[in-house]
Ligand binder design. Structure first.
Ligand SMILES: Nc1ncnc2c1ncn2[C@@H]1O[C@H](COP(=O)(O)OP(=O)(O)OP(=O)(O)O)[C@@H](O)[C@H]1O
Ligand SMILES: [Mg+2]
Length: 184
């Protein structure tokens, strides 16, 4: 079973292939409703209505190297096993929103995993898009936004090793703080 952070990496990579300039990852952990919702939205090339309907079918792909696209179907399957589901909203030349939800406490629900490494991986292999990552637990939330970091960095590229190391440490700290609130 793949951790959710790795599924998120897959879904964001679809947005990058679709040439998105702005990508937003939103993780919403609502303990009152016992629900975990992950939303990934982008302003990339999008899909038409017909393609959206087929995109969660494992035999739909615009890849040329391999006939079967598995990113979306695998995540949908993981959600269905936890009383959740996955839905896609998309329109051509506007963008795409993938929303997936799970029963938070479900015994089969895979852990969120290492979001720090997912974000860092995305920054290392492509820093030409804006990436926002919001993580909310009940009423508490943290926001990571590459636009803010770029303002501070000026000409220093986002994937400079020192910057990556700083992002890794500060994001780690913020996520830990977020979970500490939840534990009370
Ligand atoms: N955010 C997106 N914007 C535009 N098209 C998308 C987006 N996400 C998915 N698609 C389309 O849906 C297809 C299926 O996506 P999926 O992630 O399931 O498989 P894949 O990316 O083709 O292959 P894999 O993820 O297994 O490497 C993609 O090939 C792409 O054409
Ligand atoms: Mg994919």
């Amino acid at each position: 079973m793949k951790e959710l952070s790795l599924h998120i990496l897959d879904i964001v990579q679809n947005a990058i292939v679709a040439q998105a300039a702005n990508i937003h990852i939103f993780i919403d952990e609502n303990m009152m409703d016992d629900k975990l919702t992950i939303t990934i939205s982008d302003d990339g090339s999008g899909m038409d209505e017909q393609f959206v309907k087929q995109a969660i079918n494992p035999f739909t792909t615009s890849r040329t190297t391999r006939r079967v696209g598995m990113g979306l179907p695998l995540l949908k399957q993981a959600a269905i096993e936890c009383m959740g589901d996955l839905k896609i909203e998309s329109s051509l030349n506007v963008g795409t929103k993938v929303e997936v939800w799970f029963q938070h406490s479900h015994i089969n629900r895979v852990p969120i995993g290492n979001m720090v490494e997912t974000i860092v991986t995305l920054l290392i292999d492509g820093s030409h898009f804006n990436l926002q990552y919001t993580h909310k637990i009940n009423e508490q939330q943290m926001i990571f936004d590459t636009r803010e970091i770029r303002q501070i960095l000026g000409d220093v590229p986002l994937n400079h090793p020192d910057v990556i190391e700083w992002v890794r440490k500060s994001l780690q700290g913020e996520i830990m703080e977020l979970y500490q609130y939840y534990k009370g």
